[in-house]
Design a protein around this ligand. Structure first.
Ligand SMILES: NC(=O)c1ccc[n+]([C@@H]2O[C@H](COP(=O)([O-])OP(=O)(O)OC[C@H]3O[C@@H](n4cnc5c(N)ncnc54)[C@H](OP(=O)(O)O)[C@@H]3O)[C@@H](O)[C@H]2O)c1
Length: 335
């Protein structure tokens, strides 16, 4: 097997150091992938810069990767050496993280990608997809019907706050594929982005009338089934989403951050955990839905990649760029 280099971080806030990381054969149910593109997520930045939720150092970060299959473990079918795939690492061990040349990924979280899709496009998908699915499909969350390539429309509407974020972009696409209409918010420059994903109506979240606009529009929809809050800021964002939902009949809000305790009486909310969902039910997405959805264009690799560099050293640049904030973009490094 090849040498494996990784983007090591020795402690909170330390710069990335490129160095060798051991490589092993994939075990039962695992796939060894040679990564060609990786994407940076806000949680990678938080962990890298603060050390929060990191149990030991040095560490290697990263959830999102795309590349080619090198080896498959016992019991894995449907993947062959050289196949182009995307995959989600769960950061369960250092071998199962994305910011290195090779990653061992559970086969349930690996998906073949079309020939026409570049690796830097494909790697924007995995974590956002499973975060969205964690809120949309789990019991105890919105519990929607699973997405389908042949969509059956249900005349029901979901409110998505933050349709241009990575998570919001995935929520829109999955909700539409599950048959729901989507009303969302974004800045005006990203209205087209949200419409391209399938949103029916988009409002500017910075407009002074956004709450009234949403309430008026949602009241005209046949049935509002709940909301997904897909951004982290401002800090009172979940209360705002809950206020809108409360005015149109109440319901459940899936959120990417912990909800406040003082919600309106007719609204409940719960934070999603992408890794929990992906670890248990990822196959329903990565294998049962996504391969055909990518081939047919039902699911698009958006937001677009912003390639900030080539090589593992550029992970440092990626963390710095994402920490400053992005707009309908995913920070990507090719390797
Ligand atoms: N719990 C989990 O398992 C989990 C998993 C993944 C992510 N997350 C969290 O989910 C959050 C989103 O992650 P991400 O990667 O999707 O973020 P992201 O893509 O980096 O978010 C940037 C986007 O947020 C939008 N935005 C910023 N403020 C907004 C507001 N007030 N209203 C509406 N949109 C707003 C921006 O829209 P415009 O450019 O249009 O202004 C921009 O496109 C992060 O806090 C992340 O840590 C949690």
């Amino acid at each position: 097997m090849d040498i494996n280099n990784a983007a090591w971080v020795d402690g909170p806030g330390e710069n990335v150091r490129v160095g060798v990381h051991k490589l092993r054969q994939p075990g039962p149910g695992e796939v060894l992938i040679r990564n060609h593109a990786i994407a940076v997520n806000p949680f990678d930045c938080l962990q890298h810069l603060t050390g929060n939720f990191v149990d030991y150092w040095p560490f290697i970060f990263g959830y999102d990767l795309a590349g080619e299959v090198l080896l498959v473990g016992d019991g894995v079918s449907g993947f062959v050496s050289g196949q182009r795939v995307l995959g989600q690492a769960l950061k369960q061990s250092l071998e199962n993280t994305a910011f290195q040349e090779h990653t061992i990924v559970h086969a349930d979280l690996v998906c073949p990608i079309p020939e026409s899709m570049k690796y830097e496009e494909a790697c924007v998908i995995p974590l956002a997809l499973s975060t969205a699915a964690a809120g949309l499909y789990q019991e105890g969350y919105l519990a929607l019907p699973l997405p389908r390539v042949e969509v059956e429309r249900l005349d029901k509407t979901l409110l998505v706050w933050g349709g241009s974020s990575s998570v919001g972009s995935a929520v829109i696409q999955l909700a539409v594929a599950s048959g729901f209409d989507v009303v969302t918010t974004a800045s005006t420059r990203n209205f087209d982005h949200c419409r391209k994903l399938g949103a029916k109506v988009v409002f500017d979240y910075s407009s002074s009338s956004v709450i009234n606009d949403l309430i008026r529009t949602l009241k005209s929809e046949r049935k509002v089934i709940g909301a997904f809050s897909a951004v982290s800021l401002p800090s009172n964002i979940i209360s705002t989403v809950a206020q809108v939902l409360s005015e149109v009949g109440g319901g459940f809000v899936a959120t990417t951050k912990p909800p406040p305790e003082d919600l309106p009486i007719n609204v409940s909310a719960k934070m999603v955990f992408a890794a929990d969902y992906a670890g248990r039910e990822g196959k329903k997405l990565f294998q049962d839905f996504l391969p055909t959805a990518l081939r047919t264009g039902r699911y698009q690799a958006l937001p677009r990649p912003h390639v900030v560099g080539h090589g593992l050293r550029s992970v440092q640049v990626g963390v710095e760029v994402l920490s400053k904030g992005v707009s309908a973009e995913k920070v990507v490094i090719t390797i």
